[in-house]
Design a protein around this ligand. Structure first.
Ligand SMILES: [Zn+2]
Length: 104
């Protein structure tokens, strides 16, 4: 009984540290990614700040902008939410607006 529960805790800890390490690498790779503790999810700080200021594409903001990103299993890779977010036109516009805002 005791060893069984200890094993479960160890397994949970290993899973958690793996997960935290994984997330750290996203935050390094995706400079625009921020974690919101109140929303318990991630946002794109540029899109949140600069989306639709003069949005001519009429694209509706999705996950990472209007709603927090919480489906961490779908973060990266083919069709990953983080990787495909970087390719969105409104994200590129927001990044541009962000760099101008900071004065280059
Ligand atoms: Zn973005």
């Amino acid at each position: 009984m005791l060893s069984e529960s200890a094993q479960t805790v160890t397994r949970q800890k290993e899973g958690r540290s793996y997960y935290v390490k994984f997330r750290e690498s996203w935050l390094i790779h995706f400079k625009w990614l921020v974690y919101s503790p109140s929303a318990k999810g991630d946002y794109c700080k540029y899109c949140v700040l600069f989306f639709a200021k003069d949005n001519s594409t009429r694209t509706k903001p999705g996950v990472l902008v209007a709603t927090p990103f919480t489906n961490f299993r779908k973060a990266t890779g083919k069709d990953g939410i983080l990787t495909s977010h970087e390719k969105l036109q409104y994200h590129k516009d927001a990044m541009m607006a962000g760099s101008e805002f900071k004065g280059g």
